[in-house]
Write a protein that binds this ligand. Structure first.
Ligand SMILES: Cc1cc2nc3c(=O)[nH]c(=O)nc-3n(C[C@H](O)[C@H](O)[C@H](O)COP(=O)(O)OP(=O)(O)OC[C@H]3O[C@@H](n4cnc5c(N)ncnc54)[C@H](O)[C@@H]3O)c2cc1C
Length: 509
């Protein structure tokens, strides 16, 4: 049994599955002469997933294989275990004789509880858990109002965030890369015998295994991930980033049109840390400086990255939002429930609301695990304000299906759409699913891609196909009510019902 030494460190990879610009690895390599690397397939997280076919698990598996290979090239390797994290990390640290375990700080309430438990276990054993900032540019209390309070409105938060970055200096400050490759030689330790990552077919149990376990070994089945336009691993993230940087200048105009390749599609990579947020911010700043034609697009994109930080700090300061409305009065709303609510929710989940843009968006989600941002706003608004279903049901459905599911951004997005959140849209602002469709998918290219049953309808009928005359429906081979559903609600009536439903937020203050 090795003796405990703070010269030996263990880096616990979680949602930072890359080697470059890696805060925890860089810190451990600076502080320790011998550094081991590990990832835990956490049984508490995996066992709670509702399906054994999950693209995110496969995304992680791909990233781990690449990470293991990259660490080996640097003289190390990845130890992969399938266990409860609290047990596994304490046991590994003891077995390796590591005095410190270094990991990137996580802000989700469950992760914070897990890390507290791990820290306590390590402490009891004379070891330390060191958490470092990696997921965000500014965390917790780093950007506060002039009164020292957390921001709850985005624009002043963004202004303060930008001012602070200018003051800190982009090159030296919080977006400077954390070096790894220069520090690794001679310090990165290969896993000892018995913990060696050697093949990707090995099994996994509560004991550390040889190799990055295959999906079957952790109780999962293959998905269609390889057939999607989502290249995996840090290499996949770099490919998407290179593609996006070439069109960053057009981001502002293009980002709202789901049929256009406007956004970066980097969200799953940000979720699992196969790209570093610092790299993305540096790219945006560089584009703003390098070419005036790119300035506006890059600035708008940077603003989206700041929204991401914003929602992380909201979750940190107000962890109750994970369950409850940021504005408590919105929890007085009586949502549609019972059989009627269930039926409406099922129609939304199964892409059969009869509103083409909503249904096409839900099919995009179901068939790829991705949904365009404009459409997330449209379908979320539709669920809460047309169907009258509690935003929490939609949030949970997204959590189950989105490859990029992140509690902070997802909760923030849902509370924005349902008007219950901080800096949300006003409750009386209700998206019209037909005009949204006409505006953002004017030629119906997106709708036709996901709803081929509507493909032959003329553009003018595509956004509200129930208005097509019987002869037009017959000519297009799409009879409403037979080949495509009639609308489950009338938008104008639903809008009136919603205004009445939301009136309760004003009553009683
Ligand atoms: C109801 C709803 C639910 C959402 N759920 C999630 C979620 O679970 N995970 C998630 O990452 N994003 C979520 N978003 C935000 C946004 O829709 C996605 O980040 C974006 O569509 C991802 O695509 P992209 O990487 O191509 O985005 P880009 O437009 O290229 O943006 C770059 C990055 O900025 C961040 N970002 C962009 N918009 C937002 C935003 N509004 N809030 C926070 N961060 C943002 C993301 O990390 C994104 O990857 C949600 C939005 C809504 C309205």
């Amino acid at each position: 049994m090795p003796t405990t030494s703070s010269d030996t460190g263990l880096v616990w990879f979680r949602r930072d599955l890359r080697v470059d610009d890696h805060a925890a690895l860089s810190r451990a390599l600076s502080d320790c002469t011998r550094v081991h690397c590990a990832f835990v397939y956490d049984r508490e997280i995996l066992d709670a997933l509702p399906s054994r076919t999950d693209r995110r698990v496969e995304f992680i598996r791909d990233a781990l294989r690449e990470l293991d290979a990259a660490l080996r090239e640097l003289g190390g390797g990845l130890i992969v275990v399938h266990d409860r994290a609290a047990d596994a990390i304490a046991a590994l640290a003891a077995r390796l004789g590591a005095g410190i375990v270094v990991a990137a700080r996580d802000y989700e309430p469950d992760a914070v509880r897990r890390d507290d438990a791990v820290a306590a276990r390590l402490r009891a054993d004379g070891r330390r858990l060191v958490l470092v900032k990696d997921q965000v540019v500014y965390e917790t209390d780093e950007v506060l109002t002039g009164q020292g309070r957390p921001f709850s409105v985005f624009t002043p938060y963004r202004n303060a965030w930008t001012k602070r970055l200018e003051a800190d200096g982009a090159e030296r400050g919080p977006v400077a890369p954390h070096p790894v490759r220069t520090l690794a030689p001679g310090r990165l330790a290969p896993p000892p015998a018995g913990l060696r990552a050697a093949s990707d077919t090995a099994g996994a149990g509560t004991e550390p295994v040889d190799g990055v376990p295959g999906l079957a070994a952790i109780g999962f089945e293959p998905t269609d991930l390889a057939s999607l336009a989502l290249p995996t691993g840090a290499r996949g993230g770099a490919t998407l980033l290179a593609d996006f940087v070439g069109r960053i200048g057009r981001y502002r105009e293009a980002r709202d049109f789901p049929a256009v390749r406007g956004p970066s599609y980097l969200s799953a990579h940000l979720r699992f840390g196969t790209v570093s947020i610092r790299t993305l911010v540096r790219e945006a700043l560089h584009a703003m400086r390098a070419d005036p034609a790119d300035d506006e697009g890059a600035r708008t994109w940077l603003s989206e990255l700041i929204w991401r930080d914003f929602y992380f700090q909201v979750l940190h300061h107000h962890p109750r939002v994970a369950e409850r409305s940021f504005r408590p009065e919105y929890d007085r709303i009586a949502w549609e429930d019972g059989a009627e609510g269930d039926a409406l929710f099922a129609a939304w989940c199964e892409a059969r609301t009869g509103y083409p843009l909503v249904d096409a968006a839900m099919r995009q989600l179901l068939t790829s695990g991705y949904m365009h941002n404009r459409l997330r706003m449209v379908v979320a608004s539709f669920l809460c304000k047309d169907l009258g279903v509690d935003w929490r049901r939609g949030e949970r459905f997204f959590a189950r299906h989105l490859n990029d599911y992140d509690l902070s951004a997802n909760n923030g997005g849902w509370q924005w759409a349902s008007s219950s959140g901080c800096d949300a849209q006003p409750y009386f602002r209700i998206f019209n699913p037909v005009t949204q469709s006409e505006k953002f998918d004017p030629k119906g290219a997106f709708i036709r891609r996901y709803l081929p049953e509507l493909a032959r309808l003329p553009d003018a009928r595509l956004h509200a196909p129930w208005l097509a005359q019987p002869a037009e429906q017959a000519a297009a081979g799409c009879i409403i009510g037979r080949d495509y559903p009639a609308p489950v609600v009338d938008h104008a009536l639903a809008r009136a019902r919603t205004l009445a439903r939301y009136a309760v937020v004003k009553a009683g203050g």
